[in-house]
Design a protein around this ligand. Sequence first.
Ligand code: ZN
Length: 233
Amino acid sequence: MTEELFREDSYLRDCDATVVAVDGNSVTLDRTVFYPLGGGQPGDIGTLSWDSGSATIVDTRYGDDGSIAHHLEEGAALPSVGDAVNAALDWDRRYIHMRMHTAMHLLGSVLQYGVTGGNISAEKSRLDFDMEDTVDKEAVAAALTHLVAENHAVSCRWITEEELDAQPELVRTMSVQPPRGKGSIRLLEIESVDLQPCGGTHLKSTAEVGAVRIGKVEKKGKRNRRVNIHLDD
Ligand SMILES: [Zn+2]
């Protein structure tokens, strides 16, 4: 299994690692800072370099065995198993994903409805809400701006299912119920705003989200409102 360095520190931009497998264009390392596609967040891209070469990483995905596969561009030079490499993120893109992802948590705390879907990209991100009401875009935008300006601390912690069972009040305060059966659960907390299980990469404080604009609100069925957001720089 790949050591997932981004789970403990989402601000790591690169890491040294050792190649443990090469399968076609896909390279598995013993450790990585690359986030694999999941939870609506795209897989990271960047550069893999080693003594005798380098290659562009065009996607990152979980492999069938649960390890993390770095997909290299077609025709790229390949490292060999055992090679020492450096894996460096396209940090600008990842940082936008972190801002978007953290903004999604804020949006979910402003619109207190069930979330039925979501997607993050550098251009825009969206959440689908189980709601019939009309979305007041100006009010939602103002609430988001307020939460950003208040600069709430954002942190992650791991908790075992036993610890969770011993604190039922914690489950009651969560906006999304945690998945069971894996032993431990990663919780994302935005201080006094949001607490929920999440495996993604987030900022360390809401101020870093910056300026957020509400985009289109789409009616995707009687009980579904899709809210798009954009970052304004
Ligand atoms: Zn999250």
